[in-house]
Design a protein around this ligand. Structure first.
Ligand code: ZN
Length: 89
């Protein structure tokens, strides 16, 4: 019996932004940040890629295509709330 990893989804790495974008046909692409929870391409854009202003560096970014990332969603620009330990465990 062999266990092979499924390669049904393609993933791309943005060398500039240090994230991995998992391409899921028919579904929203999943962006894995170097730290923190996963997000969407629009989230990646609003937090990272839009700040890339140097044309040469922009050429390295794989998330500069507005069609590919879709519209910015509410909350994209805000950091996820950290887990709050209320100390009542
Ligand atoms: Zn990028």
């Amino acid at each position: 019996m062999s266990f092979t990893l499924s390669v049904s989804t393609a993933s791309q790495r943005c060398e500039l932004c240090q994230v991995v974008i998992e391409d899921r046909p028919g579904l929203v692409d999943v962006v894995t940040f170097s730290n923190g929870p996963q997000g969407s391409r629009s989230k990646l854009w609003s937090r990272v890629c839009q700040y890339v202003t140097d044309p040469e560096r922009r050429g390295l970014c794989i998330n500069q295509d507005s069609d590919g990332r879709g519209a910015e969603q509410p909350g994209d620009a805000f950091p996820d709330a950290p887990a709050i330990d209320l100390g009542n465990t």
